[in-house]
Design a protein around this ligand. Structure first.
Ligand code: ATR
Length: 278
């Protein structure tokens, strides 16, 4: 690509209309006065491989990947970061000059950075982290918690086999609990994370007891619509420190933006407002 070409990036998935990524990157492009564009692209399964071959030729320097391609793109990439391989999915692709695809997963990074911004003195060694849910998001959260120095993860999921599968992968640092014993599990934790879809607009709330948690307990949710889920509200009412899920979405976008547009972006209140009002 010529040095003078305006960098183009975007997000691929299907459906794509509800993606917040164009608003997020658009806000940063404007704020930093960067001549570049970030566009949503509706690409279905049948067109994925062809799209990944064509996009670099069209001058696209990289893309975010959303539903339903996050797992599939790994097999189409030329190089995969360790964290994307561990998570088994990619959300950020960068194309080099020859169209080679470099796949990364920044979801775990986004999760931890959000936690650290929300609770600057968060201490991974303060005690176990209780994780609710064992789907794709949970995998990224667990990998990033372990990487950050958490020594023990307590894990409960409605379908226990999925927790057992994560334990088989991540090893002895994971202790599996039955979903019905989630309350007991939470009571032992210094950090509590909801990675399930429960609490999202249109879903049932996450019904767990947070009785007995102390003000030192850090409670976070990866759901961000609504910003304050019932789970976080209850945690706040019992005095815990809480962190909502919006920052995870914002921080996971930063590494891609920096790679594609050459500027390390800030995650702050202006960005939150821009994305919330999009
Ligand atoms: P994601 O990539 O967002 O993690 P996912 O892989 O579909 O999506 O995982 C969704 C998570 O929400 C799972 O932990 C799921 O539990 P199951 O593995 O038992 O399906 C959890 N979840 C969704 N609906 C739920 C419900 N009604 N009660 C309890 N857990 C639920």
């Amino acid at each position: 690509m010529s040095e003078h070409r305006i960098p183009l990036a975007g997000v691929i998935g299907s459906p794509i209309e509800h993606s917040k990524s164009p608003a997020l990157h658009g806000h940063w492009l404007k704020r930093y006065g960067i001549k570049g564009h970030y566009i949503p692209m509706n690409i279905g399964h049948e067109n994925l491989e062809e799209a990944l071959r064509s996009l670099p030729k069209m001058g696209i320097v990289g893309v975010n990947v959303t539903i339903p391609h996050k797992e599939t793109v790994l097999s189409l990439a030329d190089s995969v970061t360790d964290r994307a391989a561990i998570i088994g999915a990619a959300n950020t692709l960068t194309f080099n000059g020859e169209g080679k695809i470099y796949a990364d997963n920044t979801d775990g990074y986004g999760f931890i950075e959000n936690l650290k911004q929300g609770v600057p003195d968060w201490n991974p060694k303060a005690g176990p982290a209780a994780v609710l849910g064992a789907g794709g998001a949970s995998r990224a959260v667990i990998a990033s918690l372990l990487d950050a120095g958490v020594e023990r993860i307590l894990l409960a999921n409605r379908t226990k086999a999925r927790s057992e599968a994560l334990k088989a992968e991540f090893g002895a640092r994971i202790s599996v609990f039955d979903w019905v014993h989630a309350n007991t599990m939470i009571a032992e934790a210094a950090t509590v994370v909801n990675t399930t879809a429960l609490g999202m607009e249109g879903s049932a709330p996450l019904n767990v007891s947070l009785e007995g948690l102390t003000p030192e307990t850090v409670v976070t949710d990866i759901v961000y619509a609504p910003l304050e889920t019932e789970f976080l509200k209850t945690a706040r009412e019992v005095g815990c420190r809480t962190v909502d899920g919006l920052g995870m979405l914002l921080f996971q976008a930063a590494p891609g933006f920096e790679r594609w547009f050459g500027h390390r972006p800030e995650v702050d209140e202006d960005l939150r407002q821009a994305v919330l009002s999009a």
